[in-house]
Design a protein around this ligand. Structure first.
Ligand code: ADP
Length: 308
């Protein structure tokens, strides 16, 4: 197993472009005898390419995640994929992407997922930079609700980041990509992590053993980015970013409201045991300190909404 440690930083041009997988126009789930028409390309990740797929009989449109088998030659790659599906398939919550089925053909492994047509909070952040406090309350509260559900099931996601917080047409948040997720027993501390999470917590960098608190830390990073417009420990180099994380060196701008600043400080506590649980965060006064919309207009993906 590979430990999370500073990965060599590659510029975009240095990164090897993976050829798209060969995907048939009609994808067949042999076990259930469902035929899907391949639709538009949705995006790609470390292993997977994702397409809209349409059930030929029911007309239902889903997301189809396609992983070419040639990328699953090493045992740890197969184990990681199996672990991802094993954890994700049993989940059922309004703030977690639904995994329906998985199957394979000669070339690829396929996972069918609930379609999130409004992309992720990453694209929203790229367009808007920071969002208003009511929007930050709306999005973060849904993330916390999903995380509360996962933690109750003893699942740690370990890679919560804007790009894994997908949005459906109602702009409901759906936590996705369980590629680094794991289950933990009561007091167990995980020591290894395959891959490097984006909003990495200090206890992971310091290899002190980690658990649920890494997701709480990541929620702190997410709330910070939503409200302030950039990641708390962002810097020019990975080494400097890791050093800032280890020294808990970040600054909350003075114009941030006191309830938001207080919550961010609790979430980004360097001592994992001092961070609040998901349940405590869910009830935090930040969510009651001002307006929290029950829904948001799609226009807020690109423009500041006006609340009456
Ligand atoms: P990987 O596991 O290889 O990192 P991801 O799960 O991140 O792959 O998926 C790759 C990309 O596919 C995402 O960045 C996103 O653009 C798109 N995607 C993934 N899941 C969905 C979904 N449920 N609905 C819509 N698009 C999705």
């Amino acid at each position: 197993m590979q430990r999370a440690q500073p990965a060599p930083v590659k510029s975009k041009s240095q990164k090897k472009e993976k050829a798209p997988p060969e995907v048939p126009d009609i994808i067949v789930d042999p076990e259930r005898n469902i035929h899907y028409e391949k639709g538009k390309f949705l995006g790609k990740g470390g292993f997977a390419h994702c397409y809209e797929i349409r059930n030929q009989i029911s007309g239902e449109v889903l997301a189809g995640k396609v992983v070419p088998k040639h990328l699953l030659v090493k045992q740890y790659q197969r184990d990681k994929m199996a672990q991802e599906v094993q954890i994700h398939r049993n989940l059922c919550h309004p703030n977690v992407v639904k995994l329906y089925h998985f199957f394979e053909d000669r070339m690829n492994v396929y996972i069918t997922l609930e379609l999130c047509p409004r992309r992720s909070l990453m694209e929203l952040h790229k367009r808007r930079k920071s969002v208003t406090e009511p929007e930050a309350r709306y999005f973060t509260h849904q993330v916390v609700e999903g995380v509360l559900y996962l933690h109750d099931l003893k699942i740690v996601h370990r890679d919560l980041k804007l790009g894994n917080l997908f949005l459906n047409d109602e702009l409901q948040v759906k936590i996705g990509d369980f590629g680094l997720a794991t289950t933990v027993e009561n007091d167990e501390r995980k020591r290894t992590l395959c891959g490097t999470p984006n909003y990495i917590a200090p206890e992971v960098l310091n290899k002190m053993g980690h658990s649920f608190e890494v997701d709480i830390w990541a929620i702190g990073c997410i709330l910070f980015i939503l409200l302030i417009g950039h990641p708390p420990f962002e810097s020019k180099t990975l080494e400097e970013t890791y050093s800032r994380i280890k020294h808990n060196n970040y600054t909350i701008p003075t114009e941030t409201s006191s309830s938001a600043s207080q919550l961010i400080r609790q979430l980004l506590d360097p001592v994992p045991g001092r961070r609040p649980t998901a349940k405590t965060v869910y009830r935090d006064k930040f969510f009651k300190a001002g307006f929290m919309p029950t829904r948001l207009p799609v226009s807020c993906l690109t423009m500041v909404p006006h609340f009456n």
